[in-house]
Design a protein around this ligand. Structure first.
Ligand code: HGY
Ligand code: MN
Ligand code: MN
Length: 410
């Protein structure tokens, strides 16, 4: 087993796939955007080279199957997402797919009791249609068919985006695994935070994935002339939104374990000499305890409502996510820890502050995750990085884990 060769190939493949972007000079690749075709072409070729049977499902998940010995084998699933946020790094999601691909390439001359599906999920970030985990929800049978009418910024409906990509929305139900078929799910992912680096550790074992809420809030006032409109007569939507943003940050700083972010804020009409008439912002609230997260969202909605009322503004709320905190499966995670120890690595348990497809997969099977150190703690940014020696160690753990897991009696 030449882990160095596999590691070198994985990092080169990350560089290759980072070249498929909607934007020149930076990496942005949203759900079924044109550059996704280049990613699918590369991954299909590489999966076939590794001896996998390759298919694409009705929501654009690219799936490589390594058959099992048993006639109706259970399937063990591994993978991650291949869509990105705007101006992304090269490793968020993709690295988990390429580590699985390298592990299955290394195991290509072996046959196990259980089959393995390597999934490159087509939609995790929820950027294009505000539908996070759409693709893992499809394989779990919990796809929300109301999403098909959702429109992107260009006014294209999700159903049309599927058809434009050559996919058939009517076939979405067939994308779901039959109940009981999936034996378990492992996702390997960069930590995207500073903890492992601060401890000088290459790997972390995820015990739980934090819960998250997302909603859009629109403040509607009255646009007006910046020079002639007296201050006391204004209904300035941006002044209210600005006060709201500060209250969000203060609430999060005052609540242990809470993370709350206003990640985007659009001002209309957005001119230097016009009083802002409308502001649409997004709110992302996360906590390991769902009750605290839900109370925080309710409190912040009340803050926005009062701010709007005091300034005679309209308030519109559009919730787009309420994802419960998800514990990893204890037994599967202990078996992952066995592989970590067998690879000579420390067993660092941690909670994921980022959401992952693994949280969705936990609805149909035992789930666990392995994190790699994020140098600088940076992610969702071009400076996102990994260390080659950490990729090598993660691959060693993954191969050891799969060798044990795929022949387990179930
Ligand atoms: O937002 C998240 O936690 C993930 O990167 N989608
Ligand atoms: Mn991400
Ligand atoms: Mn991710």
């Amino acid at each position: 087993m030449n882990l160095d060769l596999h590691t070198h190939r994985i990092l080169k493949q990350c560089d290759t796939l980072a070249g498929f972007s909607e934007e020149a000079g930076r990496l942005t690749r949203t759900f079924l955007s044109p550059p996704m075709r280049g990613v699918h072409a590369c991954l299909s070729e590489w999966m076939a080279e590794a001896g996998l049977d390759v298919r694409i499902d009705a929501v654009g998940n690219l799936i490589g199957r390594k058959p099992g010995r048993r006639p109706n084998p259970k399937v063990f699933v591994t993978g991650s997402h291949v869509d990105t946020v705007p101006n992304a790094g090269k490793y968020d999601g993709i690295l988990g797919v390429l580590l699985g691909l390298a592990a299955l390439r290394e195991l290509s001359d072996r046959t196990f009791a259980h089959a393995v599906d390597l999934i490159a999920f087509s939609e995790e970030e929820g950027i294009r249609f505000s539908t996070s985990y759409l693709s893992s929800r499809a394989v779990c049978g919990t796809f929300d068919f109301n999403w098909l009418e959702r429109k992107d910024a260009a006014g294209i409906a999700l159903a049309q985006a599927l058809r434009d990509y050559g996919l058939d929305p009517a076939a979405i139900p067939a994308a779901a695994y039959p109940p009981g078929m999936v034996a378990g799910y492992l996702e390997i992912h960069i930590e995207q935070g500073p903890i492992l680096e601060s401890l000088g550790l290459p790997l972390g074992i995820v015990d739980a994935i934090i819960g998250q809420s997302r909603l859009a809030i629109q403040f509607t006032g009255q646009a007006g002339h910046a020079g002639t409109q007296p201050m006391e007569l204004r209904r300035d939507a941006l002044a209210a939104a600005a006060e709201f943003v500060v209250r969000v940050e203060r609430t999060a700083r005052e609540t242990p374990g809470l993370r709350a972010t206003v990640g985007s804020l659009i001002v209309e009409p957005g001119a230097v000499n016009v009083v802002p008439g409308k502001v649409r912002l997004t709110l992302d609230v996360r906590h390991a305890q769902d009750a605290i997260r839900h109370k925080t969202v309710a409190d912040l909605v009340e803050v926005a409502t009062v701010l709007g009322r005091d300034r005679q503004l309209g308030i519109d709320l559009s919730p787009s996510m309420d994802q419960a905190a998800v514990p990893s499966d204890p037994e599967l995670t202990n078996r992952l820890a066995n592989a970590v120890r067998a690879a000579g690595q420390a067993e660092k348990r941690m909670v994921s502050g980022a959401g992952h497809d693994a949280a969705t997969m936990a609805s149909i099977c035992p789930m666990t995750m392995l994190f790699l150190r994020s140098p600088g703690g940076i992610s969702h940014h071009p400076r996102e990085a990994v260390l080659a020696e950490d990729v090598k160690v993660a691959l060693d753990v993954m191969i050891r884990f799969l060798e044990a897991e795929l022949d387990r009696e179930r």
